[in-house]
Design a protein around this ligand. Structure first.
Ligand code: NAD
Length: 357
């Protein structure tokens, strides 16, 4: 029997609620499989600061490094917003990504047919959308130095090295080879020097992938094209800040931010998390949509552990519950035959994956 060690970080806000459901589903899928999942819980974010004075205790980094994969909920909340930047929950996550070398963030955006009406865009625009935002995660303006906040003047620095661009571009081209063989690289090369290096470097990497069609798009145009005609995109390759913004925009194509998973890879251990935050406005009400996290758990099985059959079971179960009309509150207005709570949604999916119903 294979045993996988999963580092679990529940985090703040709705983090614990959605992670509990993902674990419920993982345990259910493991029942009839030839592997066992062992979980070790670690602190990060606001709750870690409250308990240890540090949003990312060293014990969490060490535990993550020892694990086969990391399953993460979300961090953040208003009560920590006034803390110095390096004590805030978000800095814990940024530091963890950097410490583990997680430079490649996969954000697949898929539209479920049953939820076409949930999108704010017209059904004919979103039907069949299947794209992947490939976001660089450990460079760019979020990490660039120097950075300073003065009284009347503040600045950040957007830096990319050629090496950083090459490795994320390769990740995008490799992914495109398994998909529809199209990469659209997003930059602001008409204004920013760093984007010009990005564009030139992506062109160079593209030479090794002659089967992949490469196009370039300025980020402002990409933001517009994403709502005009999202089906034109297969893999969208972007830097850190552009990818952050575009992937949230892309999430609305699918109807709810509560549906989309992500994987951050590149180092020894991958981190799997929903793309949404800690949703303090709905914390503790039992209405958070756990599907993004359950879907992230499926990505973890597929990519980190190679348990493709188990991952397929979870993905099929998600499609099935949506087809059968089960909806959490965020998507209840769209084809619900039954509105369910966070825990009910997790239980229904767990039931399907272990009983094949
Ligand atoms: P958010 O993603 O937490 O919430 C945005 C909106 O979407 C809210 O109305 C929320 O209720 C809703 N929502 C989010 N997830 C949902 C789910 N699973 N089911 C149903 N509805 C859901 O973004 P925000 O409000 O801008 O940020 C709240 C906190 O989360 C902040 O402290 C922010 O820094 C943090 N944050 C953390 C992460 C992360 O942990 N990776 C990512 C983004 C934001």
């Amino acid at each position: 029997m294979k045993v996988y060690n999963i580092a679990v970080i529940k985090g703040d806000g709705i983090g614990p609620e959605i992670i509990d459901e993902a674990i419920k589903v993982l345990d259910a899928v493991a029942v009839n499989a030839d592997f066992e999942l062992k979980y070790d819980e670690y602190l990060m974010g606001g709750n870690a600061y409250d308990i240890t004075g540090d949003p990312l205790p060293q014990e969490t980094i060490d535990g993550c490094e020892r694990a086969d994969a990391i399953l993460f909920g979300a961090i953040g909340g208003e009560q920590w917003d006034k803390l110095p930047r390096d004590k805030r929950p978000e800095s814990g996550l940024l530091k963890l990504r950097a410490a583990l070398g997680l430079y490649a963030n996969y954000r697949p955006v898929k539209v479920y047919d049953e939820l076409i009406e949930a999108s704010t865009l017209k059904p004919e625009v979103v039907q069949g959308v299947d794209l992947l935002v490939m976001r660089e995660l450990t460079g760019g303006i979020y990490f660039g130095k120097p950075r300073e906040k003065g009284e009347d003047r503040a600045y950040n620095t957007m830096i990319y090295t050629k090496e950083e661009i090459v490795r994320i571009a390769k990740e995008a081209f490799e992914s495109a080879m398994k998909r529809r063989k199209k990469v659209c690289s997003i930059d602001k090369a008409n204004v920013l020097e760093v984007s010009q290096l990005w564009r030139d470097t992506v062109e160079e990497v593209a030479k090794d992938y002659p089967e992949v069609a490469l196009t370039h798009m300025y980020v402002d145009n990409a933001a517009m094209q994403l709502v005009r005609d999202p089906k034109q995109f297969d893999v969208m390759l972007t830097g850190n800040i552009f990818g952050d913004i575009l992937s949230d925009e892309a999430s609305m194509i699918s109807g709810s931010i509560g549906l989309l998973p992500s994987a951050s890879v590149g180092g020894k251990v991958g981190l799997y998390e929903p793309i949404h935050g800690s949703a303090p406005d709905i914390t503790g009400q039992g209405i958070a949509n756990p599907l993004a996290t359950i879907s992230s758990a499926s990505m973890m099985l597929r990519f980190a552990l190679g348990e493709v059959e188990a991952a397929d079971k979870i993905d099929t179960a998600i499609e099935k519950v949506l087809k059968e009309g089960y909806r959490t509150k965020d998507i209840a207005a769209f084809g619900a035959s039954e509105v369910c709570s966070t825990t009910e949604m997790g239980s229904i999916i767990a039931d399907i994956v272990c009983s094949h119903r």
